[in-house]
Write a protein of this length. Structure first.
Length: 84
């Protein structure tokens, strides 16, 4: 009787391990899909960040140009007043 029970126990253990493996693979598949979704979101966020950085750089350059022009004007006025 113990000989007949051994293959059944081995088969049951094998089926249990295959079931655990299938469960683990399903969980891994879900996690890989979630990671892919998060990578896509990250890519969109990085693109938006690049756009905002470019806009801020453009604003900074525009303000720097205005400040430089006003500084030049103030310098010209000062020189004109000193030459009088």
């Amino acid at each position: 009787m113990s000989n007949a029970a051994a293959p059944t126990n081995a088969t049951a253990a094998k089926e249990r391990l295959y079931s655990q493996l299938a469960s683990s693979l399903a969980r891994t598949t879900r996690n890989v899909q979630r990671t892919a979704d998060l990578c896509e979101l990250l890519q969109m966020d990085l693109h938006a960040l690049r756009v905002f950085a470019a806009l801020d750089a453009a604003k900074f350059m525009a303000v720097a140009k205005l400040v430089e022009e006003r500084a030049d004007e103030a310098e010209e006025i000062t020189e004109a007043e000193q030459s009088r």
